[in-house]
Design a protein. Structure first.
Length: 768
C-alpha cells in the first residue's frame, strides 16, 4: 500500500504525509483512472482503518484504529548524549523519558504539539504534522547565551526541581561546581542542602528522614555503592566528571526499587561526546582529576577518569594539650584514588548498550609515636562496582532492557577501646575485616497498556554475600515487580506490587502514588508503600561506649529482615522564577537492630522506629542567579528495650545562593541543625561536644576562554566562622612512655578529627 500511495504522490504532485509501516501492512491492486490525486488516495484507502485530514495543503493519512504514538529520544545537541528523565508534555499531560532518554506517548491526532524540558537546558516546543516513531529531539545546553534572540540560558539555571513527583528531587549537579568546595564532592555538596537530607555531623553516608547507616542506597548506573565517600568528607566516591543526572528518592518510591527501607539516590553516568574528543582537568589543593571521552566509530564512545590525592595531604601531628575529656587530636596519613571507565553506544536506531566500571581505594591511618605517647589505628576501604545493560525498543513501542552488575566492598579497620571487666579496666582491640558484595541480573519490560497507561514489569535475581574473618554468609533473592501508570490531563496515578523471595519466604510490598496538577501552578502529591531490606548495617556497641557499624545479612542468625512503611503528602507551587514545596512524611520501621557487646558476651536487641515530620523547600531564580532554602523538622522515637529507648526531634535549616555576575560567580551556603540522635553513632562516628551544628561557606568563581580552551578557577572557604563542630569518635589507648623508655597504659583517650574547620581552597579546571 505504501508504494502505491507514493506512486500517486509522485505522479500527481499531491503532498502526502503518512507512516510507511502502517500502510505496508495492507496490499492493494488497482487498475482504474482518477480525476485527481485526492480521489485516488480516497479510493485506495476505502475499507481500510485510515482517515484523511487536510492540514495546510498537506493530505495527512491517519490510522483510525489503535493508539497513535510519538516516540523517540531526547539528546544533547552538542555532544549527542541522551538525556535521562527529561520532561515531555502533551495536551497538559506530563511524561518522563527513561534512563536512556527514550519516550513513547499516546497522542490523539495530528498535528502533535510537544514541549520538552530538561534541567540545565533550554526548553523546546515542537509541532509534528504527523505522529511518528524514532524522532530525535536535540536540546541546547543552557551554557549558551543567545542574547541576540533575547533568549538567555544559564548553566546554573533550573538546578533544582521539587514537587513534580512525591518524595523526589531532581538535581542538575553542574551548579555544585559553583558552590563552596573544590568540586571533588559536587554530588553531596548539593545533596546535603536538600530538605530531609542530613548535613549535621557531616555524615559518611546518605541519611534521609532519620535513616540509619546502610539503610539508604546510592546507585551508580544501576549498581549499588556500599561506601559513598571516604574519610575525607570533601571527596565523593563518584567522580563529578562522570555524572549526568541525579534523582533523589526520599521515600515512598515505586516497586522498581528494592532492598532498602531508607532513601535512594539514583545517579546516571554520562554517555560521552559522540562528536569529538573531550578532555578535562581539575587541580585543587587536595586532588588531581583528569577525564576524557573519545568517540569510537559513529555510534559509540569511551569515557574514562582518574583521580587521586596528593601525597602528604595530611601529616600526623603531635599530641595536643589534654582537655578535661582527655581528648587528643591528630590528623591522619590519608590516600585516596579512584578510576572510572564507561563505554556506551547504540546498535541500531532502536538499540543501545552501556558498560560502566568504577574502582576506588581509601586509606587513612593514625600512627603517632613521639616523646609523650604512642597511638596506632587505621581504616582501609577497597570498592569495585561494575554494571552493563542492553536495551531494545520494538516497533510497537515496547521496550526490553537487560541489566547485570556486581558490587564489592572490602573494609579493614583497627580500633582499640577500654572496657570494664568486673572492677578492672582492660584494653580491647576491635578489628573489623569485612567483605560485602552484591551480584544481580534483571530483565525489564515496558509497554503502553491502555490508551493513557504505561505498564512496567521486571524479573530480578540477586546474590548477597557478607563475610569476615570468622564466618561468611551468602543468600539468593528472586524478585518480581509490576507497576501500572495512568496519565490523564491533570492527574498521574501509579500503582504496583513488588514481591521478593528470600530465605524461603515471600515478602509482598504494594506501593501507590498520585500526582494532581491543580490550577495556577499548584500540584499535590500523595504516595504510600511497604518496603523490606535484606542487607544492611547493624550498630555494635562495646560496653555502652564505643560503637561501630558492621554489615549484616538480615534474616540469618538473630538479625531480622527490616520492614518499613512510608507515607507522603505534599503540595507545591511554581512559576518561571519560584518553586515552593511542602511535604509531610511518616516512616515506621520494625526489625532495626543493635548489638550490645562486652567482655561477658554479646546479645542483639531488635526494635522499632517511628519518625514523623515535614520538609520545606523554596527557590527563587532569575537570569542564572538563584536563592534557595530548605528546612526539615521531625519527631522520632526508637525503642529497643526498656534500657535502650530514645526520643529526639531532629531539626535542620539550610540556605544557599548562587549569584551570576558572569564571568564571575559568587555563592554561599549555610547549615544549622540539632536534635539528631548520636548516642551510639550515626554513620561511622558519634558527635562530641555540643549537639548543635552550624557552618557557613563562601566561594567565588571566574570563567574565561582562550581560543577553544575553557578555564574555570576559584577560591572557596569552608566554615568561614570556624565553628567548632566535631564529628569523629575514635576510641584508642594513649600509651605513655616511662622514664626507662618503656610503655605504660593510661586511661582511655578519645581521638577525634574535627569536622571541617576553617578551610580555604583554590582550584583550576581546564576543558578542551
Amino acid at each position: 500500500m505504501g508504494e502505491a500511495i507514493s506512486v500517486v504522490s509522485d505522479s500527481t504532485g499531491i503532498m502526502l504525509s503518512f507512516n510507511q509501516r502502517d500502510l505496508d501492512k495492507y496490499s492493494v491492486s488497482v487498475d482504474s483512472t482518477f480525476n485527481t490525486g485526492s480521489d485516488a488516495v480516497t479510493y485506495l484507502l476505502a475499507g481500510l482503518p485510515f482517515k484523511i485530514k487536510f492540514i495546510n495543503g498537506v493530505t495527512v493519512i491517519i490510522p483510525v484504529s489503535g493508539i497513535l504514538r510519538v516516540s523517540g529520544k531526547i539528546i544533547d545537541e552538542v555532544t549527542g548524549e541522551t538525556l535521562p528523565y527529561a520532561l515531555v508534555m502533551y495536551d497538559d499531560r506530563r511524561y518522563m523519558t527513561d534512563d536512556k532518554g527514550y519516550f513513547s506517548i499516546p497522542v490523539l491526532e495530528a498535528p502533535v504539539k510537544l514541549k520538552v524540558r530538561y534541567l540545565g537546558y533550554v526548553g523546546r516546543d515542537l509541532t509534528l504534522q504527523y505522529p511518528s516513531e524514532g524522532i530525535l529531539v536535540s536540546l541546547k545546553s543552557s551554557t549558551i547565551l543567545l542574547k541576540e534572540a533575547l533568549l538567555e540560558g544559564y548553566e546554573t539555571g533550573n538546578a533544582l526541581q521539587s514537587g513534580d513527583e512525591p518524595g523526589v528531587m531532581k538535581i542538575n549537579h553542574i551548579v555544585a561546581a559553583y558552590l563552596p568546595g573544590n568540586g571533588d564532592n559536587s554530588i553531596f555538596n548539593l545533596m546535603r542542602m536538600m530538605p530531609g537530607v542530613r548535613a549535621v555531623g557531616e555524615q559518611g553516608g546518605l541519611s534521609v528522614w532519620g535513616s540509619k547507616p546502610g539503610e539508604s542506597s546510592l546507585l551508580f548506573d544501576g549498581a549499588r555503592l556500599f561506601a559513598m565517600n571516604g574519610y575525607n568528607e570533601q571527596i565523593s566516591l563518584v567522580n563529578p566528571f562522570m555524572v549526568k543526572d541525579i534523582r533523589l528518592h526520599k521515600g515512598a518510591y515505586g516497586p522498581q526499587f528494592g532492598n532498602q527501607t531508607g532513601a535512594l539516590a539514583e545517579i546516571t553516568g554520562i554517555s560521552g561526546n559522540r562528536k569529538r574528543v573531550d578532555l578535562k582537568l581539575n587541580l585543587n589543593n587536595q586532588t588531581a582529576n583528569i577525564f576524557s571521552s573519545i568517540p569510537v566509530g559513529k555510534n559509540s564512545v569511551l569515557s574514562a577518569s582518574y583521580r587521586q590525592t596528593f601525597y602528604g595531604l595530611f601529616s600526623p601531628i603531635s599530641v595536643e594539650g589534654r582537655s578535661s575529656k582527655n581528648e587528643v587530636r591528630v590528623d591522619p596519613d590519608y590516600k585516596f584514588r579512584d578510576a572510572n571507565i564507561l563505554y556506551s553506544g547504540s546498535t541500531t536506531a532502536r538499540g543501545s548498550y552501556r558498560v560502566s566500571l568504577l574502582a576506588s581505594m581509601d586509606d587513612f591511618s593514625y600512627n603517632l609515636d613521639n616523646d609523650n605517647a604512642q597511638v596506632e589505628a587505621y581504616e582501609k576501604n577497597r570498592q569495585f562496582v561494575g554494571s552493563a545493560q542492553l536495551s531494545f525498543n520494538m516497533n510497537n513501542g515496547d521496550l526490553f532492557t537487560f541489566k547485570g552488575g556486581h558490587s564489592v566492598l572490602a573494609n579493614d579497620s583497627k580500633k582499640i577501646i577500654r572496657a570494664r571487666d568486673k572492677n578492672l579496666w582492660k584494653y580491647n582491640e576491635i578489628n573489623v575485616d569485612q567483605d560485602i558484595s552484591e551480584t544481580f541480573l534483571k530483565v525489564l519490560y515496558n509497554r503502553h497498556l491502555f490508551k493513557n497507561g504505561k505498564f512496567t514489569a521486571g524479573l530480578e535475581g540477586y546474590r548477597h554475600f557478607v563475610g569476615d574473618s570468622i564466618v561468611s554468609l551468602e543468600a539468593y533473592r528472586a524478585s518480581f515487580f509490576a507497576d501500572q501508570e495512568f496519565i490523564f490531563k491533570n492527574i498521574t496515578a501509579k500503582g504496583g506490587l513488588r514481591a521478593d523471595y528470600f530465605s524461603g519466604k515471600f515478602y509482598f510490598q504494594p506501593r501507590a502514588a498520585i500526582n494532581i496538577d491543580l490550577s495556577g501552578g499548584f500540584k499535590m502529591n500523595l504516595a504510600w508503600g511497604l518496603y523490606n531490606q535484606f542487607v544492611g548495617k547493624v550498630i555494635e556497641i562495646f560496653e555502652e561506649t564505643a560503637p561501630i557499624s558492621v554489615w549484616k545479612l538480615y534474616g540469618s542468625g538473630d538479625s531480622p529482615v527490616v520492614s518499613s512503611m512510608h507515607s507522603i503528602a505534599g503540595i507545591s507551587w511554581s512559576n518561571n522564577k519560584f518553586n515552593i514545596s511542602v511535604e509531610a512524611f511518616n516512616k515506621r520501621s520494625s526489625g532495626i537492630s543493635q548489638i550490645i557487646r562486652s567482655n561477658q558476651g554479646a546479645y542483639l536487641l531488635s526494635g522499632q522506629m517511628n519518625i514523623t515530620g515535614a520538609d520545606l523547600f523554596m527557590k527563587w531564580e532569575y537570569r542564572g542567579s538563584q536563592l534557595f532554602a530548605s528546612a526539615t523538622y521531625g519527631v522520632a522515637n526508637e525503642v529497643y528495650s526498656d534500657t535502650f529507648s530514645y526520643k529526639y526531634s531532629p531539626f535542620e535549616i539550610k540556605s544557599g545562593a548562587v549569584i551570576n555576575l558572569s564571568p564571575f560567580w559568587l555563592s554561599a551556603g549555610f547549615v544549622f541543625g540539632n536534635g539528631y540522635l548520636d548516642s551510639f553513632g550515626s554513620g561511622r562516628y558519634s558527635s562530641l561536644g555540643t549537639p548543635e551544628y552550624s557552618r557557613l561557606d563562601l566561594s567565588a568563581t571566574y570563567e574565561f576562554s582562550i581560543k577553544r580552551v575553557n578555564f574555570r578557577t576559584g577560591v572557596s572557604v569552608l566554615n568561614v566562622l570556624n565553628t567548632q563542630n566535631k564529628k569523629t569518635l575514635e576510641i584508642v589507648p594513649i600509651l605513655s612512655k616511662g622514664q626507662g623508655g618503656g610503655v605504660e597504659s593510661t586511661l582511655l583517650t578519645n581521638l577525634y578529627a574535627e569536622a571541617v574547620p576553617f578551610s580555604p581552597a583554590i582550584y583550576l579546571e581546564i576543558s578542551f
